[in-house]
Design a protein around this ligand. Sequence first.
Ligand code: NDP
Length: 292
Amino acid sequence: MIILNGKETAKIITDEIAELVKKRKKEGKKIPHLAAILVGNDGGSITYINNKLKACEACGFESTLMRFDDSVKESIILNKIQTLNEDDNVDGFIVQLPLPKHIDETKVILSIDPIKDVDGFHPMNIGKMTLNLPSFVSATPSGIIELIRRYKIDTKGKNCVIIGRSNIVGMPLSILLSQNKEFGNCTVTLTHSQTKNLKEVCKTADILIAALGQPLFVTKDMIKEGAVVIDVGITRVEDKTKVNGWRLVGDVDFSSVAELTSAITPVPGGVGPMTIASLMMNTLKAMDLKEQ
Ligand code: NDP
């Protein structure tokens, strides 16, 4: 059984990007600039944003964080997005989700210029991705594909079962893995909360991807021997033995499942770091596109 080490792979990607950026700097060229909008004080969102900013630093990118109070008006966020759309110095930007209830997330996503939409959430990018045209692919699905690519996991003709159909993870992943290209060509089953006989469906998977947000949901009896298991879930669960009182748990019961698999991602240190590395790759791409 191989551990698909996202932390190590993300570090390799970050080093590769940092090398490119160093070279650009030496040549007097512009360095990539990622901006981020964060609304409110949600602990999880702050951690995600901080990790993204740290990754920018490791890559040698410029980064800007714009923070707003929970009560900020939707129009102020939309105006800020407009400013970022027009700012030539900013190559790409993200709006950390979720947003407070009084701000319409769809409106926010639609107002981002697709060429700066490094999160790949804009319908223009999702549409292009679906048609296998050049686009920004959202960071978690593209991070998973990159992990599969770096570990040379054979996907051709494999049965892939994905649990969870969200717009940011399961749905795009189901499209990418079913496309006729390298590290695609799977026969994909996209499951969700209404799927009947989920256990049996999962047992057919050569590649099982859990992205439902239910800690330790995937158990040994759902796994086909030799399957590749990718755990997207990250949930904070109470743990009094930890200084901060919590630990991160995936959607897969790693301790019982791992021995049955041929390869598996850990949590933490699997898909999470790959998501961030992917955002860095998208930011680099945004700058490249602008220069073309
Ligand atoms: P959402 O809550 O948006 O979607 C969850 C999906 O899982 C839905 O499609 C839902 O079905 C399905 N689901 C929920 N319960 C069950 C069940 N019992 N059986 C089958 N399907 C079920 O979640 P996200 O996609 O945003 O995130 C999923 C997990 O991945 C979370 O733990 C999140 O924290 C993590 N995540 C990790 C990232 C990373 O970088 N590692 C990035 C993004 C997310 P239905 O549609 O029917 O409601």
